[in-house]
Design a protein around this ligand. Sequence first.
Ligand code: HEC
Length: 292
Amino acid sequence: MKKLLITLGAISIMGITPLLTNATPQSDLEEFRAYFYKKFPGVKLQDYSNGIYALDKARRFEWQESEEFPAYEEAVEKGEKMFAKYGMKSCFKNGGVSIKQNYPYFDKKTGKVRTLEEDIMACLKNNGVDVKAEKLKYKKGKLAAISAYMAYTSRGKKQNVVIPNDPAAMDAYQSGKTFFYAKRGQLNFSCADCHVYNAGKMARGNLLSPALGHTSHFPVWRKKWAAKSAKKRGGESKPFDGLGTIQRRYGGCNKQVRAKPLKVHTAAYNNLEYFHTYMSNGIKLNGPAIRQ
Ligand code: HEC
């Protein structure tokens, strides 16, 4: 990690003024996009859904090859089967098809942000599924496979997070925004330090992706995660092993700066997801996707 600090020594913090009081979500979004357009003039808005592969040709080539017979394919099929087996169609608008672009949303009844994974979990429970016995947990595994199936049916839809004119919704958005720009962990880095100001630079051999488009392709499939799950099982791998939801990734990025990862699907991460996803409004969904 020391090395990381050295690499990021020359942090540039110009160009974005994140905490202006009179900013609206819409003006934030415009500013966010404009920042990246200026930084990477050759990259088109829709290409930001491809993370680091929008920036690096060599990596992009390798990645495109891996997407031809993608490692997540079987997991998506399993997700579809579980979706049917657990009778989940009835829980969602449009039978759960082509709806991921509307997540996360502000739920007026509870005054809180709701994520897709929470709606999946609630649906399972409503339908009498014994989630413990069936090992349906947040972040990965079977639940992530259901989420991956729903993402798959939503490919091509433009991200469309709505911030209704409601003080509680604005508060949720603001809290997510503050989280995104706040420094944390022993290394004292904010999400923005790595994924805005230093996007396109290297940190410990990793190219840092732009935060614009970050949320379009989740859940993702990572070799690292697949190996970890298989190892736990003594080497036997399952199709959905490599999958992780966006909030699993938040935990990993918090750990990178030696901050304690937070509990998933509680207010802090849900509000972060609300802000983070809103910033990618207008970008077409292309999940699930393979990532390093
Ligand atoms: C110390 C630098 C650092 C910080 C701080 C950091 N990340 Fe990351 N993040 C990484 C690296 C490295 C990767 C893997 C390469 C990439 O895709 O950027 C990554 C990947 C990601 C990805 C996956 C990108 C993709 O295309 O799938 C998301 C989403 C993400 N980070 C969000 C966040 C959020 C939100 C925060 C703040 C809570 C954060 N990160 C803080 C370094 C960081």
